[in-house]
Design a protein around this ligand. Structure first.
Ligand code: SF4
Length: 58
C-alpha cells in the first residue's frame, strides 16, 4: 500500500523500523496513514505494519 510521505512526523505513531521508506529520525513515521494487519491477531508479535516499504524499493 503506497501512501503519501509527509515532510513531518505523523504525531500519533512511534515506529523504530529505520529501514522503512516512511521512517524519520527520532523514531517517527511520516506516512499520512498506516495499515496494521492481520485481522484476528492474537498477540503483539503477530501484528505488523502493512504500509512498510523497504527504503531500497521506495
Ligand atoms: S510505514 Fe509503518 S513501518 Fe514504516 S515508518 Fe511508518 S509505522 Fe513504521
Amino acid at each position: 500500500m503506497k501512501v503519501e510521505k509527509m515532510s513531518r512526523p505523523n504525531e500519533g505513531i512511534k515506529c523504530v523500523v529505520n529501514t522503512c521508506h516512511y521512517y524519520m529520525n527520532g523514531d517517527h513515521c511520516a506516512a499520512k496513514m498506516i495499515q496494521v494487519e492481520p485481522r484476528n491477531a492474537h498477540d503483539t508479535n503477530e501484528t505488523g505494519c502493512a504500509t512498510f516499504i523497504p527504503e531500497a524499493q521506495a
